[in-house]
Design a protein around this ligand. Structure first.
Ligand SMILES: [Zn+2]
Length: 162
């Protein structure tokens, strides 16, 4: 987007590069060479619309850092550790089919509870087994309801597990 005249005073606007610092709870990030439009009449400054997205991404990363939440790359690593696709992982841990596409791109920041769950999965070798076994048991019990004539203990994976 190119602004040629000031929307406030209609004076000529020039392009300028500035250094902008953003602060969240005492932690700061600085964006160098941020292109802006500067009004030669009233001195008002306007940010280039195209720069809003990248800056918001940096601010979201700052927010996650300050709040102790996982960054997108860390979420990718946790998912890949288990070898699941984004859709498969969402089916196991929840959050909806597109959740991990968004978390991993950084377009959406995960909730605190999702973050907690992901860190438990990363750090505890039992956590994923609990989630996946739970699914297996549920599926097994649902299936056994239709197999009334069959011996339940032989078809149920719950009892075959030690
Ligand atoms: Zn102006």
């Amino acid at each position: 987007m190119i602004i040629k005249e000031c929307p406030i005073c209609s004076a000529k606007v020039i392009r300028k590069k500035v250094k902008e610092t953003y602060t969240y709870k005492g932690k700061s990030i600085t964006v160098n060479n941020l292109p802006i439009f500067h009004c030669t009449g009233c001195g008002e400054e306007f940010i280039d619309e195209e720069r809003v997205g990248p800056i918001n991404k940096k601010l979201d990363a700052l927010y996650r850092e300050v709040e102790g939440l996982l960054q997108p790359q860390e979420i990718v690593e946790i998912r890949k550790k288990f070898g699941y696709s984004q859709e498969e992982f969402a089916e196991i841990v929840g959050g909806g089919p597109k959740a991990f596409a968004k978390y991993e791109k950084g377009t959406v920041t995960q909730s605190r509870s999702m973050d907690n769950l992901l860190r438990i999965l990363r750090d505890s070798s039992d956590a994923m087994a609990i989630l996946t076994n739970q699914k297996a048991i549920c599926a097994c019990e649902a299936k056994s309801a239709y197999q009334v004539k069959k011996d339940k203990s032989s078809s149920c994976s719950k009892t075959s597990r030690s």
